[in-house]
Design a protein around this ligand. Structure first.
Ligand SMILES: [Cu+2]
Length: 300
């Protein structure tokens, strides 16, 4: 009874099976199909979620972990960081120049103001020492220039943190090398307090991996709260969080308008378990002070 018609039926059934398998496979492979709502967006205030919406660099995979944090790439979202020089002599001040170019190689010249500046340049050695936060100036042709002095030999990471006009917040990173005998430091252990320039700064908050949470810093001097902190970059302080191991650059948002005088608060999301180095800058009596903390983030 295996006539032509039954063979066609069998063929059709086989085809249907193949299609069904393909459909199931498609559902299984597509990470978006069964994914829960983006946990980062769910925990972020509306403004922040909107800022990073639709950006591949901030895409989350099916497990809800950040796939690619900012700052790890020299090019992202169609923009590229071109810097010169790529090596510097130790201890000498040199002119460091760079451009942000679009996919056609044309320099981007129109940047949105963020925290009072159009571009923030962060420089740190690979061992998370020698932190610098600089504000280069841009020539009309889109070339940014800043005097840069790197004291110790080693490999340094440079982060350009900016928002092109009408675009999304972007952080591109590149390396600068200082020839010589580099002696790298181990990451300091986490500590509840640290001191700089006669100030004692305490850290509060226990961030969980991949969750938006608050970090609060309390500043004292000589055992007394410092209540007259001055605005710095349109906020009560500036915080940069870098992940130990790859120096991923995590965006941090001041959340301190309502906090009392000696406290500085930020909302941040540290995407994974691991260790991070937090660099806090605050202004008091006309001077900017920098303190650093190691933050351990536990697995969920
Ligand atoms: Cu800045």
């Amino acid at each position: 009874m295996h006539g032509p018609s039954s063979r066609i039926v069998a063929f059709a059934a086989a085809l249907a099976t193949i299609f069904a398998v393909a459909l199931v496979a498609g559902r299984t492979i597509d990470p978006k199909a069964d994914a829960a709502p983006d946990p980062a967006a769910a925990h972020a205030p509306a403004g922040m979620a909107g800022m990073d919406a639709g950006r591949d660099a901030h895409a989350t995979d099916a497990r809800g972990t950040a796939a690619t944090p900012p700052g790890l790439a020299v090019a992202a979202d169609g923009l590229r960081l071109l810097a010169d020089p790529t090596t510097l002599p130790a201890g000498q001040t040199k002119s460091y120049t760079f451009r942000i170019v679009d996919p056609h190689g044309a320099p981007v010249r129109d940047f949105a103001l963020e925290h009072g500046k159009r571009l923030h340049l962060i420089v740190v050695r690979r061992d998370l020492t020698g932190y610098q936060h600089l504000h280069p100036t841009m020539a009309p042709d889109g070339t940014w220039t800043v005097p840069l002095r790197l004291t110790a030999p080693g490999s340094y990471r440079v982060f350009a943190d900016f928002t092109p006009a009408g675009g999304a917040k972007t952080t591109l990173g590149t390396d600068v090398l200082v020839d010589g005998d580099a002696r790298y430091a181990a990451l300091p252990a986490p500590a509840a307090h640290t001191t700089a320039d006669g100030y004692d700064v305490a850290i509060g908050g226990t961030p969980a991996a991949g969750r938006m949470g608050a970090l609060t810093f309390t500043v004292t001097r000589g055992g007394k709260p410092v209540t007259d902190l001055q605005p710095y970059l349109e906020a009560r302080g500036h915080l940069v969080a870098l992940r130990a191991g790859d120096l991923a650059y995590l965006h941090v948002h001041p959340a301190d308008e309502a906090t009392p005088g000696d406290r500085i608060s930020f909302m941040t999301e540290l995407p994974t378990a691991g260790r991070y180095r937090l660099f806090l800058q605050f202004k008091h009596e006309g001077r900017i002070h920098t303190v650093a903390f190691t933050q351990e983030v536990a697995s969920r």
